[in-house]
Design a protein around this ligand. Structure first.
Ligand code: PBG
Length: 314
């Protein structure tokens, strides 16, 4: 029996995700491989008290994992796709996109049932520029306060009264088995999710992996999820986004062979907002079509906004 070393962050959510992947691969590779998790701390995890915005930069949550893969200390990485920069390090590829979890944002509060119910001037805790921008676009009266840390930390901050409400990815709550914290699941059309929200990416260096392992990863991958990841990330690439940019994009599967990609860039203070959408349909669609869809939507936003896109390349 051989060992397959899986590099992961150590937050409870990251471990839940990596354990799930390990179980799936153990089943698919039964008899030949057994997975072992290798927990690591990333720069992003160490920055809980400082401003992630100031630290800036892409790949804050992936850098140390990338180095471990590069130096052959691990064989695979499990990431939340949302945290993975558009440009992967040389040689690294995403080898599987398991079926997407719920992509929606959840409104979480101990006092109010929905975003609409928040009283005038209530405090919203979030350090996501996208969530801040989208919330202020709907509710300019809200007061936004920084809200850092993993899911549990943010829930205890609510308990402590640091804010009246926060937003968390529904996928994270589901994977942590605490879906009851979601008071309201925001309609993805009004509150467009982050690129790749709810999607896991399993990355590796294909040259170093046995055919058997590559085959198991193909089996674990889900075509509709790969299509969504491809289209949404192509839009992000066309907009040259980083985690500092309030960009959102979501691929809606509207029916057999019909897809709609919508993307938006919202000013951190709520307005103005630029958005674009395009539809793709056909009985035989290739990944290249989804890539093109993403590029077209990203370019449409660029054309529309001209030189007014907020903070795009820092
Ligand atoms: N940057 C933090 C992060 N990265 C991925 C998720 C949730 C899981 C997912 O979107 O797949 C979260 C937490 C959150 O946004 O609430």
């Amino acid at each position: 029996m051989k060992t397959l070393r899986i590099g992961t962050r150590q937050s409870p959510l990251a471990l839940a995700q990596s354990n799930w992947v390990a179980q799936q691969l153990n089943t698919l590779l039964a008899g030949s491989y057994i997975c072992e998790l290798v927990g690591m701390t990333t720069s992003g995890d160490q920055l809980q008290d400082r401003s992630l915005l100031e630290a800036g930069g892409k790949g804050l949550f992936t850098k140390e994992l990338d180095i471990a893969l590069e130096s052959d200390d691990v064989d695979l990485l499990v990431h939340s796709l949302k945290d993975v920069p558009v440009m992967l390090p040389p040689g690294q590829r995403i080898l599987a996109y398991p079926k997407r979890e719920d992509p929606r944002d959840a409104f979480v509060s101990l006092k109010y049932k929905s975003l609409d119910e928040l009283p005038e001037g209530a405090t919203l805790g979030t350090s996501s520029l996208r969530r801040r921008a989208q919330a202020l676009a709907l509710r300019p009266d809200l007061k936004v306060v920084e809200f850092r840390g993993n899911v549990q930390t943010r829930l205890s901050k609510l308990q402590a009264g640091v804010a009246d409400a926060t937003f968390l990815a529904s996928a994270g709550l589901n994977r942590l088995n605490v879906p009851e914290h979601a008071c309201e699941l925001l309609n993805p059309t009004d509150f467009l999710p982050a690129v790749g929200q709810g999607i896991l990416a399993i990355a590796g260096m294909p040259d170093r992996l046995e055919e058997k392992v590559l085959q198991a990863l193909v089996e674990l991958s889900d075509l509709e999820t790969e299509r969504a990841a491809t289209a949404e990330r192509a839009a992000l690439a066309a907009l040259d986004g980083s985690c500092r940019t309030p960009i959102a994009a979501h691929l809606f599967h509207e029916g057999a062979g019909i897809y709609r990609l919508k993307a938006s860039v919202t000013h951190p203070d709520g307005a103005p907002s630029y958005e674009a959408e395009r539809t793709l349909h056909g009985s035989e669609l290739f990944l290249a079509d989804f890539m093109q869809l993403g590029q077209d939507v990203g370019q449409a936003i660029r054309d529309d906004a001209g030189d007014k896109l907020p903070h795009l390349d820092s």
